[in-house]
Design a protein around this ligand. Sequence first.
Ligand SMILES: [Zn+2]
Length: 267
Amino acid sequence: MPEGDTVFLAGKMLDRALAGRTLSRTDFRHPALATADLTGRQVLGVGTVGKHLFTRFSGELSLHSHLKMDGTWEIYRAGARWRHPAHHMRVVLADARVQAVGFRLHDLELLPTGEESRLVGHLGPDLLDPQWTDEHTALAAAALAADPARELGLALLDQRVMAGVGNLYKCEICFLLGVTPWVPVSEVDTAKAVALARKLLLANAWRHEQVTTGDLARGRRTWVYERTRAGCHRCGGPVRVGTQGTDVRRRPTWYCPRCQRGPAPAE
Ligand SMILES: [Zn+2]
């Protein structure tokens, strides 16, 4: 699942590739956008809010996309072969030299740029907002604490609390706080949880690897996330995995019973 930093990096990559270009070809494979044509419009830039991407065009128009679990934006030279099957293509934005192709994108919508907040106004503070202040930390910490009985892991994933945490950071933040993802929120210092979330996302915003241990070597990047075989990166003990959340929000959730106190699902 793409985390906020993955989306942020995708946005930066798209912005570098597209900003200033005037589109000579666009293609949309999405029922609501089947007839849309942005030919002749200039790309003004690409911005992200949490996990939401906005590609902005001349004429006050924005294209919203969300990567969800499997979406991706890629840049190709004109005429280059795509690395994904054509039937996964949802959007092509191209000029004579470059094409940006979005595969398996979700929640695609063209809307007036001034109405972007309609899609992201419900989100908590964006952890990668360059204008972040202590006030944002306080807001997110209060939102996190608002439902004290809620499982910490679920609250961390709630984009209305703060925008940007996905399953990897959820597991790792809980590890670094020394509690399992199933503890009630009331058990932790929520300001500390927010500060940790921001620190981890910022540390990874400009690289493709997601590292929470400070060690970029393969197999040493996380404390417990996806370490069922390797064991806990701190104590070497067995890492367990349980599921957290219901229905579409179910996520495999890793933890170390030795380093993290608190409840966990029965084996
Ligand atoms: Zn451990």
